[in-house]
Design a protein around this ligand. Structure first.
Ligand code: NCD
Ligand code: ZN
Ligand code: ZN
Length: 350
């Protein structure tokens, strides 16, 4: 077996559902999935069943995470535009502000007229403004960034059109970055047909041409974010099915497999999953924090062997390499050969 040692990776876009929907995931199982996937730091989104739009709710969430997480976890604040008076008191506790401009899980979409007010009010030391924006919302948001030049991260860009808009805006030196998900890099609308509800997420899967464009433009993509969005299988099979797919445990194997297949190089993984997310979201990396990955032994992604509480993956059945064999945080081995070696609450909130 050949192994590769990487710094502890950062996933800046996960939904751990805690508090409120712990039947889907919680800070313990979510952090287990993170470590088994090579991520020692994750940043959690605010679209909980009660969205995190007040200091009191954020404090409570941080408190809950402190008692449960095995890895390091940081947070984003949420807004519908009516809580700007809370911004100054929570900016130091978060890595950014999340704004939803389109419909997605959580019914947490803003009235877009409010975006300007939100941009004016957000203090820059609170990190970038993260946008869920698709199609026309990307155009609209870029106009706002052009007016109020605050750092903005476009989450989970899924198609060629949206990425082209972002690339053009970057050429104008707007302070923007963007992320793509593994599912948009490795799956298409054909997989969505095969997967049924298990292939439904926002933004949706697009065509093979879109996927090819994302790969071609990988140098213009700043981060890979799993958008780990667990829902129980029972919920996914109900109509309407909630949007979102889990991803924490499959991102790195898919990327390592892409390196083997000549689609990516190891430096890209470092840039997309460590250096850039750490710079964009101000993550101070801890000393002696690393992951060892087996980069030769083939295995098959299987729902039954996942640590996420929801126990399924849209990549079930896929042959990959890149199993994480060990994770270390601040010199302590926290995960080794499938076992977690530290108690709940060992990880830090960052
Ligand atoms: C996410 C979720 O389930 O919270 N769903 C999704 O389809 N991506 C929300 C989001 O990131 O838009
Ligand atoms: Zn989203
Ligand atoms: Zn998301």
């Amino acid at each position: 077996m050949n192994s590769l040692t990487l710094p502890g990776l950062i996933d800046p876009h996960v939904h751990l559902r805690d508090p409120g929907q712990t039947e889907k995931e919680d800070f313990l199982t979510g952090s287990q999935a993170a470590l088994a996937g090579g991520f020692t730091t994750i940043l959690d989104m605010p679209n909980n069943s009660i969205p995190i739009t007040k200091k009191q709710l954020l404090d409570k969430k941080i408190q809950d995470a402190m008692g449960k997480t095995l890895c390091d976890v940081g947070f984003y604040f949420g807004t519908l535009g009516d809580n700007t008076d809370e911004f100054d008191s929570i900016a130091h506790q978060v890595h950014g502000l999340k704004v939803y401009l389109n419909e997605t899980t959580g019914n947490f979409q803003i009235d877009k007229e409010k975006l300007i007010t939100i941009y004016q009010a957000w203090p820059e030391h609170g990190g970038p403004i993260l946008l869920h924006a698709e199609n026309e919302a990307v155009v609209f948001a870029l106009e706002v960034v052009e007016k109020i030049k605050k750092p903005t991260h476009f989450c989970h860009i899924g198609n060629a059109k949206d990425l082209s808009l972002i690339i053009s805006a970057k050429k104008k030196n707007l302070p923007i970055t963007c992320g793509v998900t593994p599912h948009h890099l490795f799956l298409t609308i054909d997989d969505a047909k095969r997967l049924g509800p298990l292939g439904q997420m926002k933004p949706p899967l697009y065509t093979n041409e879109d996927k090819t464009f994302l790969w071609k433009q990988i140098k213009n993509i700043d981060v890979i974010e799993s958008d780990h969005a667990p829902h129980t299988i029972a919920e996914k099979q109900r109509i309407p099915s909630p949007f979102g797919v889990p991803g924490l445990e499959t991102t790195l194997p898919l990327l390592i497999t892409a390196v083997r297949d000549g689609k990516l190089n190891q430096e890209d993984i470092l840039r997309l999953c460590f250096t850039n997310p750490s710079r964009i979201f101000s993550i101070t990396s801890s000393e002696n924090t690393s992951v060892d990955v087996d980069i030769t032994t083939p295995y098959t992604i299987r729902n039954s062997t996942l640590y996420t509480k929801c126990k399924w993956s849209p990549f079930d059945g896929m042959a990959v390499i890149g199993k994480v064999i060990k994770a270390r945080i601040r010199g302590t081995t926290v995960f080794e050969n499938g076992s977690f070696l530290v108690p709940p609450g060992w990880g830090w909130t960052v």
